[in-house]
Write a protein that binds this ligand. Structure first.
Ligand SMILES: *Cc1c(COP(=O)(O)O)cnc(C)c1O
Length: 389
Protein backbone atom coordinates (compact mmCIF):
# COMPACT_ATOMS: atom_id res chain seq x y z
CA UNK A 1 0.00 0.00 0.00
CA UNK A 2 1.30 3.46 -0.81
CA UNK A 3 -0.64 6.18 0.96
CA UNK A 4 2.14 8.74 0.66
CA UNK A 5 0.01 11.10 -1.44
CA UNK A 6 -2.90 11.09 1.03
CA UNK A 7 -3.38 13.41 3.99
CA UNK A 8 -3.20 11.53 7.24
CA UNK A 9 -6.84 12.00 8.25
CA UNK A 10 -7.87 8.39 8.83
CA UNK A 11 -4.98 6.62 10.54
CA UNK A 12 -3.85 3.14 9.51
CA UNK A 13 -6.33 1.39 7.23
CA UNK A 14 -7.86 -1.93 8.29
CA UNK A 15 -7.59 -3.76 4.98
CA UNK A 16 -7.53 -3.22 1.25
CA UNK A 17 -11.02 -4.21 0.16
CA UNK A 18 -11.47 -4.58 -3.54
CA UNK A 19 -14.82 -6.30 -4.13
CA UNK A 20 -18.23 -6.71 -2.55
CA UNK A 21 -21.36 -8.78 -3.08
CA UNK A 22 -24.38 -8.72 -0.77
CA UNK A 23 -23.11 -8.82 2.80
CA UNK A 24 -19.62 -10.02 1.83
CA UNK A 25 -16.42 -8.16 1.02
CA UNK A 26 -13.08 -9.40 -0.34
CA UNK A 27 -9.59 -8.01 0.09
CA UNK A 28 -6.80 -7.91 -2.47
CA UNK A 29 -5.54 -11.32 -1.30
CA UNK A 30 -8.89 -12.98 -1.89
CA UNK A 31 -9.90 -13.21 1.80
CA UNK A 32 -13.65 -13.03 2.36
CA UNK A 33 -15.28 -10.94 5.10
CA UNK A 34 -18.79 -10.72 6.48
CA UNK A 35 -19.72 -7.05 6.51
CA UNK A 36 -21.29 -5.86 9.79
CA UNK A 37 -20.47 -2.20 9.15
CA UNK A 38 -22.02 -1.32 5.75
CA UNK A 39 -19.33 1.29 5.06
CA UNK A 40 -20.51 3.06 8.25
CA UNK A 41 -24.28 2.70 7.86
CA UNK A 42 -24.18 3.45 4.13
CA UNK A 43 -24.69 0.22 2.18
CA UNK A 44 -28.01 -0.83 3.72
CA UNK A 45 -28.84 -2.88 0.63
CA UNK A 46 -25.41 -4.49 0.76
CA UNK A 47 -22.90 -4.45 -2.05
CA UNK A 48 -23.57 -4.89 -5.77
CA UNK A 49 -27.35 -4.88 -5.19
CA UNK A 50 -28.88 -5.65 -8.62
CA UNK A 51 -31.60 -2.97 -8.29
CA UNK A 52 -29.02 -0.33 -7.42
CA UNK A 53 -26.70 -1.40 -10.21
CA UNK A 54 -29.64 -1.22 -12.62
CA UNK A 55 -30.54 2.31 -11.47
CA UNK A 56 -26.89 3.38 -11.79
CA UNK A 57 -26.71 1.98 -15.32
CA UNK A 58 -30.01 3.56 -16.37
CA UNK A 59 -29.00 7.02 -15.25
CA UNK A 60 -25.39 6.72 -16.48
CA UNK A 61 -26.88 6.05 -19.88
CA UNK A 62 -29.22 9.05 -19.61
CA UNK A 63 -27.88 12.12 -17.81
CA UNK A 64 -25.44 12.73 -14.95
CA UNK A 65 -25.55 16.44 -14.24
CA UNK A 66 -27.26 19.58 -15.48
CA UNK A 67 -27.27 21.88 -12.36
CA UNK A 68 -30.22 23.16 -10.41
CA UNK A 69 -30.85 25.85 -13.02
CA UNK A 70 -32.97 23.15 -14.66
CA UNK A 71 -35.80 20.90 -13.55
CA UNK A 72 -34.47 17.52 -12.46
CA UNK A 73 -37.12 14.82 -12.72
CA UNK A 74 -35.47 12.21 -10.46
CA UNK A 75 -34.89 14.90 -7.80
CA UNK A 76 -38.60 15.76 -7.84
CA UNK A 77 -39.50 12.06 -7.73
CA UNK A 78 -37.20 11.32 -4.77
CA UNK A 79 -38.51 14.44 -3.02
CA UNK A 80 -42.11 13.24 -3.36
CA UNK A 81 -41.16 9.74 -2.18
CA UNK A 82 -39.37 11.08 0.92
CA UNK A 83 -42.25 13.47 1.63
CA UNK A 84 -44.69 10.57 1.53
CA UNK A 85 -42.54 8.38 3.80
CA UNK A 86 -41.56 11.07 6.31
CA UNK A 87 -44.66 13.22 6.75
CA UNK A 88 -42.45 16.24 6.07
CA UNK A 89 -43.34 18.89 3.45
CA UNK A 90 -40.20 19.84 1.52
CA UNK A 91 -36.65 18.73 0.91
CA UNK A 92 -33.27 20.20 0.00
CA UNK A 93 -30.70 17.75 -1.38
CA UNK A 94 -27.02 17.93 -0.44
CA UNK A 95 -23.99 15.73 -1.10
CA UNK A 96 -23.22 14.67 2.47
CA UNK A 97 -24.51 14.55 6.01
CA UNK A 98 -22.60 17.59 7.19
CA UNK A 99 -24.06 19.63 4.34
CA UNK A 100 -27.58 18.47 5.17
CA UNK A 101 -26.98 19.68 8.73
CA UNK A 102 -25.58 22.98 7.43
CA UNK A 103 -28.88 23.47 5.60
CA UNK A 104 -30.79 22.70 8.81
CA UNK A 105 -28.70 25.17 10.81
CA UNK A 106 -29.22 27.87 8.18
CA UNK A 107 -32.98 27.22 8.22
CA UNK A 108 -33.00 27.70 12.01
CA UNK A 109 -31.03 30.94 11.79
CA UNK A 110 -33.13 32.39 8.99
CA UNK A 111 -36.30 31.37 10.83
CA UNK A 112 -35.00 33.19 13.92
CA UNK A 113 -34.11 36.28 11.92
CA UNK A 114 -37.63 36.39 10.46
CA UNK A 115 -38.98 36.26 14.01
CA UNK A 116 -36.73 39.17 15.00
CA UNK A 117 -34.25 37.04 16.99
CA UNK A 118 -31.06 38.39 15.46
CA UNK A 119 -28.60 36.46 17.64
CA UNK A 120 -30.23 33.03 17.88
CA UNK A 121 -28.99 29.99 19.79
CA UNK A 122 -29.28 26.33 18.75
CA UNK A 123 -29.08 23.81 21.58
CA UNK A 124 -27.17 20.62 20.78
CA UNK A 125 -25.99 17.83 23.09
CA UNK A 126 -22.93 16.46 24.82
CA UNK A 127 -21.68 13.34 23.06
CA UNK A 128 -23.29 14.30 19.76
CA UNK A 129 -21.77 14.17 16.30
CA UNK A 130 -23.08 16.40 13.53
CA UNK A 131 -20.20 16.57 11.01
CA UNK A 132 -16.81 18.05 10.23
CA UNK A 133 -17.63 21.43 8.65
CA UNK A 134 -17.19 24.41 10.95
CA UNK A 135 -20.87 24.88 11.84
CA UNK A 136 -21.53 21.16 12.30
CA UNK A 137 -18.26 20.77 14.23
CA UNK A 138 -19.42 23.61 16.49
CA UNK A 139 -22.72 21.78 16.97
CA UNK A 140 -20.88 18.53 17.78
CA UNK A 141 -20.51 17.75 21.49
CA UNK A 142 -17.25 15.81 21.46
CA UNK A 143 -13.98 17.55 22.31
CA UNK A 144 -11.93 14.78 20.65
CA UNK A 145 -13.05 15.82 17.17
CA UNK A 146 -13.13 19.56 18.01
CA UNK A 147 -9.71 20.02 19.63
CA UNK A 148 -7.46 22.41 17.73
CA UNK A 149 -10.14 23.92 15.50
CA UNK A 150 -11.14 26.98 17.51
CA UNK A 151 -12.53 29.53 17.06
CA UNK A 152 -15.95 27.97 16.67
CA UNK A 153 -19.17 29.71 15.64
CA UNK A 154 -21.24 31.57 18.16
CA UNK A 155 -24.89 30.65 18.70
CA UNK A 156 -24.57 27.08 20.01
CA UNK A 157 -25.10 25.74 23.54
CA UNK A 158 -24.48 22.13 24.58
CA UNK A 159 -26.86 20.39 26.98
CA UNK A 160 -26.67 16.94 28.59
CA UNK A 161 -28.27 14.23 26.42
CA UNK A 162 -31.40 12.44 27.62
CA UNK A 163 -31.96 15.05 30.34
CA UNK A 164 -35.16 17.01 29.73
CA UNK A 165 -35.12 18.84 33.07
CA UNK A 166 -31.76 20.51 32.40
CA UNK A 167 -32.81 21.37 28.86
CA UNK A 168 -35.96 23.05 30.21
CA UNK A 169 -33.83 25.24 32.48
CA UNK A 170 -31.50 26.17 29.64
CA UNK A 171 -34.43 27.16 27.43
CA UNK A 172 -36.07 29.20 30.21
CA UNK A 173 -32.82 31.07 30.88
CA UNK A 174 -32.11 31.78 27.22
CA UNK A 175 -34.88 33.56 25.30
CA UNK A 176 -32.61 33.54 22.24
CA UNK A 177 -32.85 29.75 21.89
CA UNK A 178 -34.53 29.06 18.56
CA UNK A 179 -33.96 25.36 17.95
CA UNK A 180 -33.00 22.03 19.50
CA UNK A 181 -30.85 19.80 17.30
CA UNK A 182 -30.50 16.18 18.36
CA UNK A 183 -29.74 12.63 17.21
CA UNK A 184 -32.58 10.19 18.10
CA UNK A 185 -29.76 7.78 19.02
CA UNK A 186 -26.18 9.03 19.32
CA UNK A 187 -24.23 6.93 16.80
CA UNK A 188 -20.62 8.12 16.82
CA UNK A 189 -21.05 8.94 20.52
CA UNK A 190 -21.35 5.23 21.35
CA UNK A 191 -24.91 4.07 20.44
CA UNK A 192 -26.47 6.08 23.26
CA UNK A 193 -30.19 5.36 23.35
CA UNK A 194 -32.32 7.86 25.25
CA UNK A 195 -35.56 7.15 27.14
CA UNK A 196 -38.39 5.86 24.91
CA UNK A 197 -40.36 9.10 25.24
CA UNK A 198 -37.37 11.47 24.93
CA UNK A 199 -38.30 12.72 21.46
CA UNK A 200 -41.93 13.15 22.52
CA UNK A 201 -40.82 15.32 25.43
CA UNK A 202 -38.53 17.34 23.18
CA UNK A 203 -41.43 17.78 20.75
CA UNK A 204 -43.68 19.12 23.53
CA UNK A 205 -40.97 21.40 24.86
CA UNK A 206 -40.28 22.83 21.41
CA UNK A 207 -44.02 23.37 20.80
CA UNK A 208 -44.37 25.11 24.14
CA UNK A 209 -41.54 27.56 23.40
CA UNK A 210 -42.02 27.86 19.62
CA UNK A 211 -38.64 26.24 18.89
CA UNK A 212 -37.68 24.17 15.88
CA UNK A 213 -37.03 20.51 16.61
CA UNK A 214 -34.19 19.45 14.30
CA UNK A 215 -33.42 15.73 14.18
CA UNK A 216 -30.09 14.51 12.83
CA UNK A 217 -31.04 11.13 11.32
CA UNK A 218 -27.97 10.91 9.14
CA UNK A 219 -27.07 7.61 10.78
CA UNK A 220 -30.45 6.50 12.21
CA UNK A 221 -32.45 7.16 9.02
CA UNK A 222 -33.08 5.06 5.92
CA UNK A 223 -34.34 2.05 7.82
CA UNK A 224 -31.43 1.60 10.20
CA UNK A 225 -33.53 1.32 13.39
CA UNK A 226 -36.43 -0.63 11.89
CA UNK A 227 -38.45 2.45 10.90
CA UNK A 228 -37.55 4.58 7.89
CA UNK A 229 -36.81 7.43 10.30
CA UNK A 230 -36.21 6.71 13.95
CA UNK A 231 -38.69 9.42 15.03
CA UNK A 232 -41.43 7.25 13.56
CA UNK A 233 -41.06 5.05 16.66
CA UNK A 234 -42.33 8.04 18.65
CA UNK A 235 -45.28 9.03 16.48
CA UNK A 236 -44.04 12.62 16.19
CA UNK A 237 -42.79 14.74 13.31
CA UNK A 238 -39.86 17.10 13.70
CA UNK A 239 -39.70 20.55 12.07
CA UNK A 240 -36.49 19.59 10.30
CA UNK A 241 -34.86 16.21 9.76
CA UNK A 242 -31.56 15.50 8.05
CA UNK A 243 -30.32 12.25 6.60
CA UNK A 244 -27.52 11.01 4.36
CA UNK A 245 -25.42 7.84 4.90
CA UNK A 246 -27.81 5.06 3.81
CA UNK A 247 -29.80 7.22 1.39
CA UNK A 248 -27.65 6.52 -1.67
CA UNK A 249 -26.28 3.07 -0.71
CA UNK A 250 -22.81 4.43 -1.50
CA UNK A 251 -23.48 7.38 -3.76
CA UNK A 252 -22.93 10.72 -2.01
CA UNK A 253 -26.29 12.26 -1.22
CA UNK A 254 -27.86 13.92 1.81
CA UNK A 255 -31.25 15.46 2.44
CA UNK A 256 -32.66 18.14 4.71
CA UNK A 257 -36.43 17.78 5.06
CA UNK A 258 -38.60 20.45 6.66
CA UNK A 259 -42.23 20.77 7.69
CA UNK A 260 -44.68 23.64 8.04
CA UNK A 261 -43.12 27.01 8.85
CA UNK A 262 -39.59 25.56 8.57
CA UNK A 263 -40.32 24.38 5.01
CA UNK A 264 -41.07 27.95 3.88
CA UNK A 265 -37.88 29.55 5.21
CA UNK A 266 -35.58 29.22 2.20
CA UNK A 267 -36.33 31.51 -0.73
CA UNK A 268 -34.47 31.71 -4.06
CA UNK A 269 -30.85 32.66 -3.47
CA UNK A 270 -30.76 31.64 0.21
CA UNK A 271 -29.12 28.27 -0.24
CA UNK A 272 -27.80 25.98 -2.95
CA UNK A 273 -25.36 23.36 -4.12
CA UNK A 274 -23.75 22.69 -7.48
CA UNK A 275 -23.90 18.91 -7.18
CA UNK A 276 -26.74 18.56 -4.68
CA UNK A 277 -29.79 16.79 -6.07
CA UNK A 278 -28.10 15.85 -9.34
CA UNK A 279 -29.93 13.40 -11.63
CA UNK A 280 -27.48 10.56 -11.02
CA UNK A 281 -27.53 10.49 -7.20
CA UNK A 282 -31.25 11.22 -6.90
CA UNK A 283 -32.29 8.58 -9.44
CA UNK A 284 -30.22 5.96 -7.64
CA UNK A 285 -31.33 7.09 -4.16
CA UNK A 286 -34.95 6.94 -5.30
CA UNK A 287 -34.43 3.27 -6.16
CA UNK A 288 -32.59 2.65 -2.87
CA UNK A 289 -35.47 4.11 -0.86
CA UNK A 290 -37.98 2.13 -2.92
CA UNK A 291 -36.13 -1.11 -2.12
CA UNK A 292 -35.82 -0.31 1.59
CA UNK A 293 -39.58 0.23 1.84
CA UNK A 294 -40.99 -2.22 -0.71
CA UNK A 295 -38.69 -5.17 0.06
CA UNK A 296 -39.97 -5.12 3.68
CA UNK A 297 -36.52 -4.27 5.00
CA UNK A 298 -37.93 -2.08 7.80
CA UNK A 299 -39.73 -5.03 9.39
CA UNK A 300 -36.70 -7.23 8.72
CA UNK A 301 -34.33 -4.73 10.38
CA UNK A 302 -36.60 -4.59 13.43
CA UNK A 303 -36.78 -8.39 13.79
CA UNK A 304 -33.12 -8.96 13.02
CA UNK A 305 -32.18 -6.27 15.55
CA UNK A 306 -34.15 -8.08 18.23
CA UNK A 307 -32.37 -11.31 17.27
CA UNK A 308 -28.91 -9.73 17.60
CA UNK A 309 -29.75 -8.29 21.02
CA UNK A 310 -31.21 -11.56 22.26
CA UNK A 311 -28.25 -13.61 21.05
CA UNK A 312 -25.62 -11.15 22.32
CA UNK A 313 -27.35 -11.13 25.68
CA UNK A 314 -27.41 -14.93 25.77
CA UNK A 315 -23.71 -15.13 24.91
CA UNK A 316 -22.28 -12.16 26.78
CA UNK A 317 -24.42 -10.87 29.61
CA UNK A 318 -22.79 -11.30 32.99
CA UNK A 319 -19.24 -11.30 31.57
CA UNK A 320 -17.02 -8.83 33.41
CA UNK A 321 -15.60 -7.64 30.06
CA UNK A 322 -19.06 -6.45 28.97
CA UNK A 323 -20.63 -3.35 30.46
CA UNK A 324 -23.78 -3.04 28.36
CA UNK A 325 -25.39 -4.37 25.20
CA UNK A 326 -27.77 -1.93 23.54
CA UNK A 327 -29.36 -1.33 20.19
CA UNK A 328 -32.38 -0.48 18.13
CA UNK A 329 -32.87 -2.26 14.84
CA UNK A 330 -29.50 -2.66 13.16
CA UNK A 331 -27.72 0.02 15.16
CA UNK A 332 -26.08 -2.06 17.87
CA UNK A 333 -23.43 -1.31 20.48
CA UNK A 334 -21.56 -3.60 22.84
CA UNK A 335 -19.88 -1.48 25.48
CA UNK A 336 -16.85 -3.16 27.03
CA UNK A 337 -15.45 -2.35 30.42
CA UNK A 338 -12.07 -1.88 28.74
CA UNK A 339 -10.80 -0.25 25.52
CA UNK A 340 -12.17 -2.08 22.48
CA UNK A 341 -9.49 -0.95 20.02
CA UNK A 342 -8.05 -4.44 19.42
CA UNK A 343 -11.44 -5.91 18.49
CA UNK A 344 -11.49 -4.56 14.94
CA UNK A 345 -8.28 -6.38 13.95
CA UNK A 346 -9.24 -9.56 15.81
CA UNK A 347 -12.63 -9.65 14.08
CA UNK A 348 -10.98 -8.99 10.74
CA UNK A 349 -8.66 -11.96 11.27
CA UNK A 350 -11.79 -14.09 11.78
CA UNK A 351 -13.45 -12.73 8.65
CA UNK A 352 -15.75 -10.11 10.16
CA UNK A 353 -15.82 -6.34 9.59
CA UNK A 354 -16.96 -4.32 12.62
CA UNK A 355 -16.16 -0.91 14.04
CA UNK A 356 -15.30 0.57 17.42
CA UNK A 357 -16.56 3.99 18.45
CA UNK A 358 -16.18 6.11 21.53
CA UNK A 359 -13.19 4.03 22.68
CA UNK A 360 -14.91 1.08 24.29
CA UNK A 361 -18.04 0.45 22.19
CA UNK A 362 -18.08 -2.23 19.50
CA UNK A 363 -20.48 -0.83 16.91
CA UNK A 364 -22.44 -3.03 14.52
CA UNK A 365 -24.17 -1.47 11.52
CA UNK A 366 -24.94 -4.54 9.41
CA UNK A 367 -26.64 -4.21 6.02
CA UNK A 368 -30.46 -4.27 6.21
CA UNK A 369 -30.32 -7.34 3.95
CA UNK A 370 -28.31 -9.42 6.45
CA UNK A 371 -29.78 -12.89 6.97
CA UNK A 372 -30.41 -14.52 10.35
CA UNK A 373 -27.61 -17.01 9.57
CA UNK A 374 -25.18 -14.18 8.89
CA UNK A 375 -26.28 -12.47 12.10
CA UNK A 376 -25.66 -15.70 14.04
CA UNK A 377 -22.21 -15.94 12.47
CA UNK A 378 -21.47 -12.35 13.54
CA UNK A 379 -22.58 -13.10 17.10
CA UNK A 380 -20.48 -16.25 17.37
CA UNK A 381 -17.31 -14.59 16.03
CA UNK A 382 -17.65 -11.60 18.36
CA UNK A 383 -18.65 -13.70 21.36
CA UNK A 384 -15.55 -15.85 20.93
CA UNK A 385 -13.32 -12.78 20.80
CA UNK A 386 -14.95 -11.02 23.75
CA UNK A 387 -14.96 -14.12 25.97
CA UNK A 388 -11.22 -14.50 25.38
CA UNK A 389 -10.40 -10.92 26.41
C1 LIG B 1 -21.98 10.59 9.74
C2 LIG B 1 -22.76 11.60 10.46
C3 LIG B 1 -22.72 12.96 10.11
C4 LIG B 1 -21.78 13.50 9.05
O1 LIG B 1 -22.07 13.00 7.78
P1 LIG B 1 -20.98 13.17 6.60
O2 LIG B 1 -21.65 12.59 5.40
O3 LIG B 1 -19.74 12.44 7.01
O4 LIG B 1 -20.73 14.64 6.46
C5 LIG B 1 -23.53 13.83 10.81
N1 LIG B 1 -24.35 13.41 11.78
C6 LIG B 1 -24.44 12.10 12.12
C7 LIG B 1 -25.40 11.69 13.19
C8 LIG B 1 -23.64 11.16 11.49
O5 LIG B 1 -23.70 9.88 11.87
Amino acid sequence: MDQSALMDTYGPRIAKLVKGDGCYLWDDEGNQYLDALSGIAVCGLGHKHPGVTEAITEQANTLLHISNLFQIEPQERLGRRLREISGMDKVFFSNSGAEANEAAIKIARKYANKKGVLDPIIVTFNGSFHGRTMATLTATGNSKVKDGFAPFLSGFIHAPYNDVATLKTIIKCNPRVIAVMVEPIQGEGGINIPADNYLNELRSLCDEHDLLLILDEIQTGNGRTGRFFSYQWNGITPDVVTTAKGLGNGLPIGACLAKGKAAEVFQPGNHGSTFGGNPFCTHVADRVVQHIVEDDLLAHAEKLGEFYLQRFNEELSGLSQVKEIRGKGLLIGIELSQPASTIVAQAKDKGLIVNVTSGSVIRLLPPLVTTFDQAEQTVSILAEIIKAL
